[in-house]
Design a protein. Structure first.
Length: 177
């Protein structure tokens, strides 16, 4: 077709300018990245007809509308009105509209008027709306997430709990032969 003299082209950059980005990607396999900030991903939604058995862990946000039998760790956890969680929940920000049976650990914990919590709450700040049902103890800590890391069962069995002192060694006893 047309040819262009290479005298006026400054170098390899001009070659890239001649070829549009999608075509270059198709031919060379090169990926182009945008310098624009990435949009925050939407919360993961667990629908009301979903039942999960097992632990969930993410650095993102989770909205639970179904049933989870296991521990949950997230950045923001929203427990929907139709949700039931049986296990420990640990998050920076926790909003409970439904039912939680287990310990709740969060920097900010909010129980709405439809919340039903059966377990201890360890928090930095807490809000409990009128009408919320709560059975358990409430404890304020400056960093409730520091001691609330979910441990593996092997690690939990190998080391004594920081809240319970290790048993004292028994004194030797005399044996009769």
């Amino acid at each position: 077709m047309f040819s262009k003299s290479k005298i006026n082209e400054p170098g390899p950059k001009a070659e890239a300018e001649k070829t549009p980005a999608p075509a270059a990607t198709a031919r060379t396999g090169m990926e182009f990245t945008s310098s624009a900030p990435k949009a925050k991903p939407a919360a993961s939604l667990l629908s009301s007809d979903l039942t999960i058995t097992g632990n969930l862990r993410t650095t993102g946000d989770i909205q639970v509308e179904g049933t989870v039998e296991g521990d949950i760790r997230a950045h923001l956890l929203t427990v929907g009105e139709t949700a039931t969680i049986r296990g420990e929940v640990v998050a920076d920000d926790i909003v409970v509209n439904g039912r939680v049976i287990g310990r709740v650990r969060g920097l900010k914990v909010r129980l709405t008027s439809t919340a039903r919590v059966e377990g201890d709450i360890i928090h930095k700040s807490i809000a409990i709306e009128s009408g919320a049902h709560f059975e358990g103890s409430v404890q304020r800590q400056d960093d409730p997430l520091a001691t609330g890391r979910m441990a593996t069962p092997a690690a939990a069995a190998a080391s004594p709990s920081p809240q319970q002192p290790a048993p004292a060694p028994k004194p030797p006893t005399a044996q009769n032969n």
